[in-house]
Design a protein around this ligand. Structure first.
Ligand code: ADP
Length: 398
C-alpha cells in the first residue's frame, strides 16, 4: 500500500510518498511559491537524482498535478500509475473540538475543518485547498485528515480554559488547543520504546524545538497540557513568534507604535521570538554563531529561549506530579547539543545529569543522561509524515 502525505501551506506544498510495506519513503519533495512568480518543484526520488522543475503553479491544484507528474515520470518517477496511490494523508492544522483522532475525509469532515478556519485563518484554508485539489485530481482515492490539535484533546478543562469570561468559550470556542500533536504523540511513543517501559506507565515531557516550538506533558500516553494555545503563538519564544507575554503589551504597543491589529499580529508572529530579541536571525544556527562571536543580544535571545523551555518543563513536572523523562525533538532539539545541555542545566533538581559524550550526537535516538540520573533526558527524532501515513493506513484498513 502506497500513501501520499501532503502538507499544504499558503504558498507551499510538501509531500512524501510512502510504501507502507516496510514504511519506505519512495519520494519526497516540495513545491514553493505557489501562486507567486518563480514557482518551482523540488522532487527527491529515493535512489535517483534530485529533479527540479521551474514552472508556473497558479494554484495548489497545479502543484498537486505537478507532484503527480513527477511521481509518474518515466525518468525520475517512482510509480507507474496513479492507481498505485492508495490514499492521501493530509496534515490539517486545526481540528478544534471536533476531532480527537484522525479522520477519513467526507463532506462532513470538510465542513468541520471549514468551521475551524476562523481559529486558524493562516493554516486551515490552504489545508482545505490541498484536500479539494486532490478530490479534483484523484476523485477515487480516499483521503485522510490528521490534525495537529487532536492529540491534545485529552487535556483537562483546568488546562485548556483561559481565565476570561466563560461565554467567550461557549460562543467562540476560545480555549487552549495546542499544536505539534503528531510530533508529541510520535516522540512520546518512541521514547517509551527506547526507555523500554510501557508508555502507559510513564510521565514524559516532550520538547518540540524547531522554528515553531512547544512543550507537552504526556501522562500515560495522553497529552494533559501543552504550551501552544488557541493559536501557535502562545508558549515558548520561537524563531519569529513571541510566545507568552503580558496581554496588556499588545494594546500598549499598538498605541505607542500606531499599529493596526494586523500590524500587531504580524509583529508578534513574524518579527518577535529569538529573531526579534537577537536582531540576528530566526535560525538558531546563526544565533549560536553570533553568540559565540560575542554578540550580546544573540546570547540574550538564547538564554531567554532556554529559560522558557526549562520553566515549562518545571511546570509540567508539577502538573503530572513527577516526570520520568524529558524528550528533545525537532530541528534544534535533535541537532543542537548546546541547546540540550544548556536547557538541561536547569534540571539538576529533577536528577538529570548530562553525559557529555552521549549528548554529542545529532538526529538520532539517544538517552543522553547518565545511567544514575533519576530523570532521563532523551533525543528522539520526530517524523510527522510517517504518523500521517500510519494513521491513513490504519483508517483504510478499518
Ligand atoms: P520547522 O519544521 O518548525 O520549520 P525545524 O524543526 O526544521 O523547524 O527546525 C528548524 C530550526 O532548527 C532552525 O532554527 C535551525 O536553526 C535549527 N537547527 C537545525 N539544525 C541545527 C543545528 N545543527 N544546530 C542548531 N540549530 C539547528
Amino acid at each position: 500500500m502506497n500513501i501520499l502525505v501532503l502538507n499544504c501551506g499558503s504558498s507551499s506544498l510538501k509531500y512524501q510518498l510512502f510504501n507502507m510495506n516496510g514504511e519506505i519513503v519512495l519520494a519526497k519533495g516540495l513545491c514553493e511559491r505557489i501562486g507567486i512568480d518563480g514557482s518551482q518543484l523540488k522532487h527527491e526520488p529515493s535512489g535517483k537524482d534530485e529533479f527540479i522543475c521551474q514552472k508556473e503553479m497558479k494554484s495548489h491544484t497545479d502543484a498537486v498535478q505537478m507532484v503527480l507528474d513527477a511521481l509518474l515520470d518515466a525518468n525520475h518517477g517512482v510509480i507507474k500509475s496513479i492507481d498505485e496511490i492508495n490514499a492521501v494523508g493530509h496534515r490539517v492544522v486545526h481540528g478544534g473540538e471536533f476531532f480527537v483522532d484522525s479522520a477519513i475525509i467526507t463532506d462532513e469532515v470538510i465542513k468541520a475543518v471549514e468551521e475551524c478556519s476562523s481559529l486558524a485563518p493562516l493554516h486551515n484554508p490552504p489545508n482545505l485547498i490541498g484536500i479539494n485539489a486532490c478530490k479534483e485530481l484523484m476523485p477515487k482515492v480516499p483521503q485522510v485528515a490528521v490534525f495537529d490539535t487532536s492529540f491534545h484533546q485529552t487535556m483537562p478543562e483546568k488546562a485548556y480554559l483561559y481565565a476570561i469570561p466563560y461565554e467567550l468559550y461557549d460562543k467562540h470556542k476560545i480555549r487552549k488547543y495546542g499544536f505539534h500533536g503528531t510530533s508529541h504523540r510520535y516522540v512520546s511513543a518512541e521514547a517509551a520504546k527506547l526507555i523500554g517501559k510501557p508508555l502507559e506507565s510513564l510521565k514524559l515531557i516532550t520538547c518540540h524545538l524547531g522554528n515553531g516550538a512547544s512543550v507537552c506533558a504526556v501522562d500515560k500516553g495522553k497529552s494533559v497540557d501543552t504550551s501552544m494555545g488557541l493559536t501557535p503563538l502562545e508558549g515558548l519564544a520561537m524563531g519569529t513568534r513571541s510566545g507568552d507575554l503580558d496581554p496588556a503589551v499588545i494594546p500598549f504597543i499598538m498605541e505607542k507604535e500606531g499599529l493596526s491589529i494586523k500590524d500587531a499580529e504580524n509583529m508578534l508572529n513574524k518579527k518577535s521570538g529569538v529573531l526579534g530579541v537577537s536582531g540576528v536571525s530566526s535560525d538558531f544556527r546563526d544565533i549560536e554563531q553570533a553568540a559565540d562571536d560575542g554578540n550580546e543580544r544573540a546570547n540574550a535571545a538564547l538564554e531567554l529561549f532556554y529559560y522558557r523551555v526549562a520553566k515549562y518543563v518545571g511546570s509540567y513536572a508539577t502538573a503530572m506530579n513527577g516526570v520520568d523523562a524529558i524528550v528533545f525533538t525537532a530541528g534544534l532539539g535533535e541537532n543542537s547539543k548546546i541547546a540540550r545541555a544548556k536547557i538541561s542545566e536547569y534540571f539538576g533538581y529533577l536528577g538529570v545529569k548530562v553525559d557529555t559524550a552521549k549528548n554529542d550526537c545529532r538526529g538520532k535516538a539517544v538517552i543522553f543522561s547518565t545511567d544514575d540520573s533519576t530523570t532521563k533526558a532523551l533525543v528522539m527524532p520526530t517524523n510527522e509524515e510517517l504518523v500521517i501515513a500510519r494513521d491513513s493506513k490504519m483508517l483504510l484498513d478499518k
